[in-house]
Design a protein around this ligand. Structure first.
Ligand code: COA
Length: 464
């Protein structure tokens, strides 16, 4: 349901959704294949430290925990109620949640507005609004944060800790991001699936994220915006970078968005371009770009100017990069135009057959010492705004050693506040180097284009 702006009571109470002291799981089934059972087992598996109250009138115990017939039987404070019973039972459970003064209600159940039962959804929403209890969902997969070992939903993964708050309307894409987080060390601060977002809107999680100490970048997946003005207002209030992917712009995608999360998109895709621009957010076109630029904006400061220097041991990676920089409207400048002194300094770290153009090619035989020296010279040059490093795994390249050198240089130059991004394209040792770099806060990617997109996003963030 539409809102004019983020409601303060909602923003304030979202802490109970992401850091609750107690959770009641309604519909906590005795059977491990069912959603409610999974919610409890994932809470236990990932080490949630608060109290868990399984609610199931047919069970005495669920997964070893005492079960209660209804919420009213608990007689303790309940921060979060997570509902996973069929739709026809939800209204009664919501009445119980109000009676016990729960702080936040979450409904995983499907079969509301997305199948035409708008009235049922609106009645539940209005009832909870009247009692100032935020409702997340219905039709949602869950939420959590690795910082509290908190995985609340039917979600098989907890992401690794990091800077990105993932606010997604789609459960499936949220799961994709969480899986990627574990596999590719894409660090998250918290995550939430909003589902039909009958009540709690993007804007409220956006304002919550501004106050979350672990969040450095907000990444938002949108299928429909019910309250575009609230979205714009909240984004404008936020000082952290925001990346948006808005889907459902195609003719059939528009209908699919309604069937999925009851999202209505009466406006053209250009309209959303305008909304996102006015909000001061960066729009990603593809899922990969969405993840890549989120990571960069989470870890790195904005790129103050377009004096980016690339240092590589492979001319091919250099060429892919400089062509893509130009395609993105941010062509590389030759080194001598950026800083004439840098050219002579950097020559000390390359063989005579290297190229100090830009990309700076320190050649396929580059050693860890040469990389380290070149990286330092580039970052310390006052005319340079950012560094793009690339590792190509020739048989004489110490891939891990170069990654460690990059981390050492990055740590020693952190106070210069210059973006440092790495490319490492190749086999297993390159994947491991990327993971190590990411674990130390350096955005690293397996292809040149991904890294360039990330650097360009940092420039957009600086000039937005
Ligand atoms: N309070 C609490 N628990 C109750 C209850 C009540 N009033 N009435 C019944 N239950 C119990 C059931 O007995 C059952 O436990 P049991 O298996 O031990 O007997 C449990 O709650 C679940 O009820 P059940 O009828 O088996 O439902 P279900 O698990 O098959 O389905 C949903 C419930 C919510 C999962 C289903 O309706 C649904 O919406 N699925 C789609 C969810 C989805 O995809 N969301 C979007 C993600 S992106």
């Amino acid at each position: 349901m539409r809102i004019d702006e983020a409601r303060p009571y909602v923003v304030d109470k979202l802490k109970y959704a992401l850091n609750p002291s107690s959770i009641a799981v309604v519909g906590a089934s005795r059977y491990p294949t069912k959603v409610g059972n999974k919610v409890v087992s994932e809470l236990l598996k990932w080490g949630y430290q608060g109290k868990i109250y399984p609610i199931n009138p047919r069970a005495d115990k669920v997964l070893g925990l005492k079960a209660y017939p209804t919420l009213r039987d608990i007689h303790e404070e309940i921060d979060l109620v997570f509902i996973a019973v069929p739709a026809h039972l939800v209204t009664a459970v919501v009445q119980d949640a109000v009676a016990v003064q729960a702080k936040v209600v979450t409904i995983a159940t499907s079969a509301f507005k997305e199948i035409g039962r708008e009235e049922l959804q609106n009645n539940i929403t209005q009832y909870l609004r009247d009692h100032q209890i935020p409702l997340i969902g219905p039709n949602l997969v869950g939420m959590g944060t690795p910082y509290a070992h908190f995985n609340c939903g039917f979600i098989p993964y907890l992401p690794v800790e990091g800077p990105v708050a993932m606010i997604s309307q789609s459960g499936a894409n949220l799961l994709a991001a969480l899986g990627t987080s574990q596999m590719n060390h894409f660090g998250m601060s918290f995550f939430v699936g909003l589902g039909n977002k009958a009540d709690v809107d993007f804007s409220e999680f956006i304002e919550y994220a501004q106050n979350d100490p672990h969040t450095k970048c907000l990444s938002i997946y949108i299928e429909g915006l019910d309250s575009p003005q609230a979205f714009i207002k909240s984004c404008q209030k936020v000082t952290k970078p925001i990346v948006v992917i808005k889907v459902g712009g195609s003719k059939i995608g528009n209908k699919a968005a309604f069937a999925h999360t009851a999202s209505e998109n009466p406006e053209s895709d250009d309209y959303y371009d305008q909304v996102i621009k006015e909000a001061g957010a960066i729009r990603a076109q593809t899922w990969q770009e969405f993840l890549d630029i989120s990571l960069a904006l989470g870890y790195m400061p904005p790129l103050k100017g377009d004096h980016v220097v690339m240092v590589t041991n492979g001319g091919g990676a250099g060429l892919l990069s400089c062509d893509h920089f130009e395609r993105c409207g941010m062509p590389l400048h030759e080194l001598k135009e950026i800083s004439p002194l840098l050219e002579s300094r950097i020559r000390a770290y390359m063989p005579m057959f290297g190229s100090p153009l830009n990309p700076v090619d320190i050649s396929g035989t580059a050693s860890v010492i040469q990389y380290k020296g070149a990286f330092k010279q580039v970052l310390r040059d006052p005319n340079v705004d950012g560094l793009l490093g690339a590792i190509c795994p020739t048989a004489v390249t110490d891939v891990n050693g170069v990654a460690e050198a990059a981390i050492e240089v990055y740590e020693s130059c952190k106070d210069l506040h210059k973006p440092f991004i790495m490319i490492c394209q190749g086999g297993q040792e390159c994947h491991e180097a990327i993971m190590k770099l990411r674990d130390h806060g350096i955005p690293a990617y397996p292809t040149a284009e991904q890294a360039v997109n990330a650097m360009v996003a940092l420039r957009k963030q600086a000039i937005k």
